[in-house]
Design a protein around this ligand. Sequence first.
Ligand SMILES: *[C@@H]1O[C@H](CO)[C@@H](O)[C@H](O)[C@H]1NC(C)=O
Ligand SMILES: *[C@@H]1O[C@H](CO)[C@@H](O)[C@H](O)[C@H]1NC(C)=O
Ligand SMILES: *[C@@H]1O[C@H](CO)[C@@H](O)[C@H](O)[C@H]1NC(C)=O
Ligand SMILES: *[C@@H]1O[C@H](CO)[C@@H](O)[C@H](O)[C@H]1NC(C)=O
Ligand SMILES: *[C@@H]1O[C@H](CO)[C@@H](O)[C@H](O)[C@H]1NC(C)=O
Length: 600
Amino acid sequence: MLFLGFSRTALLAGGVRSSPGFNMFLFLSLAFALLSLGSGQIKQTVFDDYYDSLATTQCLAEPGSLMHGGGVIINPEFTHGTSGWTVFGQGATEVRISHTNNRFMVACDRKRPSDSFSQKVQLEKGMFYAFSTWVQVSRGSETVSVVFRTRDDEFVRGGSVMAEQGCWSLLKGGIAANSSSIADVLFESKNTSTEIWVDNVALQPFSKKQWRNHQEQSIEKVRKSRVNFLITYANKRGLGVGGANVLIKQTKPGFPFGCGMNFHILESADYQNWFASRFRFTTFTNAMKWYSTEKKRGQEDYTVADAMLKFTQGNNISIRGHNVFWDNQKYQPDWVKTLSPDDLRKAAEKRINSVVSRYAGELIAWDVMNENLHFSFFEDNLGENASSMYYSTAYKLDPTPRMFLNEYNTIEYSGDEKASPGNYKKRLQEIFSYPGNEDIPAGIGVQGHFGTGQPNLAYMRSSLDILATTGVPIWLTEVSVDPGVNQAEHLEEILREAYSHPGVEGIIMFAGPMYAGFNNMALADMNFNNTPAGDVVDRLLKEWSSEDLEARADDGGFFSTTLLHGEYEVTVTDPISNSSSTSRFEVTKDSFKIIYHFHI
Ligand SMILES: *[C@@H]1O[C@H](CO)[C@@H](O)[C@H](O)[C@H]1NC(C)=O
Ligand SMILES: *[C@@H]1O[C@H](CO)[C@@H](O)[C@H](O)[C@H]1NC(C)=O
Ligand SMILES: *[C@@H]1O[C@H](CO)[C@@H](O)[C@H](O)[C@H]1NC(C)=O
Ligand SMILES: *[C@@H]1O[C@H](CO)[C@@H](O)[C@H](O)[C@H]1NC(C)=O
Ligand SMILES: *[C@@H]1O[C@H](CO)[C@@H](O)[C@H](O)[C@H]1NC(C)=O
């Protein structure tokens, strides 16, 4: 058995308490130690699957494989020519054969963006449809979308990709069927002078139950790990403490699931209790924004933000900073809107220096340039690299927080091309590959403001898949669902979808009690009683944290279990002498490699 000294130090520093009268040592060793114990094989992690899927998002010489056998699509690989497909609009279509003998479909002589080819599919109300295909354009690079034309002649975009000439790109997306009807699946690209090439088209229906099952399976893999303990007598050369009692308590859940807060928190003990009894993560909805801290030029006022910071720190609540700048002209402080570019540059310089220095070391994240995909106030006035330079400045002033982009409609609405996941990736890469920005810890913030209709979880998942290919942590930063009869149900679906996705590392809702004016998605009424949405949140908070676990080691002193990621305290007791010891440990996605050794 090999014990690694460095690990021991790391864990002891985590705060080990020993009962008087005997010593407890905690060791940690790696996978090969577990193997030498012969106690079960090492589990594969989900991240293997996850990185496999990354490979398929590059532009490939040959189209990638057909998913789900094509699902409900007939002749998905065009092995039977155009059978099952018809010309859509005014263009022409043909099946071509590559030099490797692969058949694919081509839309040519196009006059309108949607001139392409289509196939009729029967959509069933309440089902989610995952879509995927491989696309290429004949020249340059163009956005290609899949569109569902519904019976009432509505064109619903289901996903898009920046397709290139000379290689195949994966177009992923989906649709949630509102009603049972026939729809045409077709393709669209604005630039009609390029041909659209398509191969391996798949549309796979999932019932809500199947979708939920998949989430559950993913949660098992993504949010939990196996943890192994070996409890031995310190003075008996590694003899196991047979039947040792093990009591495991979670001290902190691993997944950040938090809630926005506003200034009302300062004036209400009820709001404070409501918040602090539930959440360990927050974002101040408005208090740090420029329009809040410098209403009049030169008169900075951080009273509210500072007081909120004090409250959160006193309650061990971590803060995402929101935001340094907002790229929408409309949300500048009034006096900023009319500044000359030179004056704006000076004022903005002062702003970023002021707010980032003030909270340096106190925040886990900064939304540096809010809504940069939709708006360009700073770029328009200060040049195309304005945002990239502000990320650089923010990082120099405070290197600790993760620096996020923060955008709406990327996961919640497939029709907004500006904020499509493909465009998001492109902008992220521009900002973080700007000279000097390469080392900045980047974050992908997707706001998640959903409307009243059935959330399109198929599209949401495909968007998260695409964003996750960057390897950059994704947070849902402002989740809300507009009021409607199914608000609570839809909120639950969205939260579960996010929590089950391997690329998502945190969720913040923009919600709260009605007392504080959160009327759009109230979690509690004026008396702090839960709304149905509040019930959903409380149920998930409970489900996503671990209850106390009492168990017994086997005859050899070995014990193994699966735990949600998070921080834990474990007490092991020798059933004969009753001597016990307590220690802390953390469960992460890498924990399956670890075996905790206790000596009592
Ligand atoms: C459309 O595509 C052609 C061929 O790649 C290109 O020359 C042209 O600039 C494109 N038009 C626009 C508006 O992007
Ligand atoms: C669902 O219904 C809404 C409102 O009627 C409509 O705007 C939307 O396009 C529909 N979505 C789909 C996928 O059919
Ligand atoms: C905050 O965390 C510290 C250190 O873990 C702990 O000592 C303290 O009791 C916590 N405070 C609250 C209010 O939970
Ligand atoms: C913006 O940055 C890019 C990448 O460094 C550079 O090529 C370009 O010239 C810059 N633009 C301006 C206006 O400085
Ligand atoms: C250990 O605790 C059990 C239950 O509390 C008790 O019955 C037993 O006598 C104790 N043994 C010793 C050695 O103290």
